[in-house]
Design a protein around this ligand. Structure first.
Ligand SMILES: Cc1cc2nc3c(=O)[nH]c(=O)nc-3n(C[C@H](O)[C@H](O)[C@H](O)COP(=O)(O)OP(=O)(O)OC[C@H]3O[C@@H](n4cnc5c(N)ncnc54)[C@H](O)[C@@H]3O)c2cc1C
Ligand SMILES: NC(=O)C1=CN([C@@H]2O[C@H](COP(=O)(O)OP(=O)(O)OC[C@H]3O[C@@H](n4cnc5c(N)ncnc54)[C@H](OP(=O)(O)O)[C@@H]3O)[C@@H](O)[C@H]2O)CC=C1
Length: 328
């Protein structure tokens, strides 16, 4: 057996790269600090059903991504979501239909990364704190003090600030990753005993604390769930309220929701808040991926491209392509 390749991060980018390398016949091992795969496209089980707290849906603009999404559809991992869309601007809630195709994982966003993970070898609840070279091979140190390796190459598929912290052995790559600013998003879920009397299923909010809201049961595969809503704070509001206790965040975003939704909003029977510290890059890049073929270190993630699910998948493909190119 050949010396395996380590992939740090089991979000869309890491799993996209893992798939491509595995398909090329290489041994890979995934490491993630969380309990499961998905990263910012993860879904959380709760007493109010499964909640998509991060990525809400994705769009497809690239031909290569369109091809893979068609396969995911055949495998039953994704379906089209055609919500009754609104936007909120200048104090006005307005119907805002469009022609854009939007896709969601079924029956939850994490179905995609669970599908991609399949039987690939993965180590969860392993936060990697250091990557070091010894005897011409790479080794990983985790937060528990355990060492993993040897690995022939390392591919880091974490948000830019977390990738920069691991790229000490490749200063140029570290500098590029460190130059990417990422902004936070507070996410709140609310569940109501009685369904809200509104036709809104998704809403782009252009003012105030909120940025987006969605009705979970409007998404395919979730029709039987209680009436839960996911609200996202805007980047500016989330940054300003980064250290606020969760109860206060829930109260403020629930209040903003009740003001704009245009129907009576009772007290929710269930609430939850989640803070995404590195939710989105402040701007997109055209890097594809970062690579040092001589050292055998690679970095990828949405921040190397569009800051969206599609960008993350394409970046993982690009990192794998460059690694395979270096192998000859
Ligand atoms: C609130 C929110 C809403 C969004 N909405 C949309 C949307 O509607 N449409 C869209 O296209 N995109 C959306 N996005 C963006 C989308 O979720 C991301 O672009 C995409 O999921 C990023 O994938 P990734 O693999 O690059 O990174 P991530 O999903 O962040 O994966 C990185 C993984 O690395 C792991 N990790 C990090 N550091 C370490 C370490 N030291 N050791 C081990 N593991 C580590 C993390 O646990 C994580 O699993 C949204 C994001 C957020 C936060
Ligand atoms: N919160 C985060 O951390 C975070 C959120 N992200 C959001 O992800 C989606 C994905 O973007 P994508 O380009 O794939 O989707 P869309 O084409 O649907 O939307 C792009 C923006 O365009 C505006 N828009 C689109 N459709 C409508 C509509 N029918 N009515 C009004 N406006 C529409 C909207 O922008 P504004 O609110 O006008 O600024 C959409 O945001 C996207 O929603 C991101 O915000 C990605 C990463 C992290």
């Amino acid at each position: 057996m050949s010396t395996p390749i380590a992939i740090i991060g089991a979000g869309v980018a890491g799993l996209s790269a893992a798939h491509a390398l595995h398909a090329a016949g290489l041994d890979i091992q995934l490491f993630d600090k969380s309990r499961g795969s998905g990263g910012r496209m993860a879904s959380k089980r709760s007493e109010a059903g499964v909640l998509d707290l991060g990525a809400q849906y994705f769009t497809v603009r690239d031909r290569r991504f369109a091809e893979v999404v068609a396969q995911w559809r055949q495998q039953g991992w994704v379906a089209q979501w055609s919500p009754n869309l609104y936007h909120f601007n200048r104090g006005q809630l307005s119907h805002s239909p469009d022609e854009q195709e939007r896709w969601v994982g079924t029956p939850r966003m994490s179905a995609i990364t669970r599908g991609l993970l399949g039987e690939l070898p993965a180590h969860f609840t392993r936060r990697i704190t250091e990557i070091f070279r010894s005897d011409r091979h790479w080794h990983l140190q985790d937060a528990e003090g355990e060492t993993h390796g040897p690995f022939s190459r390392v591919l880091i598929a974490a948000p830019a600030p977390q990738a920069a912290a691991l790229l000490g052995a490749a200063p140029k790559l570290a500098a590029a990753a460190a130059s990417v600013q990422m902004e936070p998003t507070w996410a709140v879920a609310l569940a109501f005993d009685t369904p809200l009397d509104t036709r809104v299923e998704g809403c782009f909010v252009q003012e105030g604390p909120l940025d987006w809201l969605a009705r979970t049961r409007s998404k395919p595969g979730r029709e039987d769930q209680p009436d839960t809503w996911v609200l996202h704070g805007s980047s500016a509001w989330s940054k300003q309220h980064l250290g606020l206790p969760k109860e206060d965040v829930i109260e403020l975003l629930h209040g903003a929701f009740a003001e704009l939704i245009g129907c009576a909003v009772p007290a929710p029977r269930f609430t939850l808040a989640h803070r995404w510290l590195y939710a989105r890059p402040t701007q997109g890049h055209q890097w594809g991926a970062l690579a040092d073929g001589d050292l055998g270190i690679y970095a990828c993630g949405d921040w190397c491209l569009s800051g969206r699910v599609e960008g993350a998948w394409l970046s993982g493909q690009e990192a794998a392509r460059r690694l395979l190119e270096h192998l000859g």
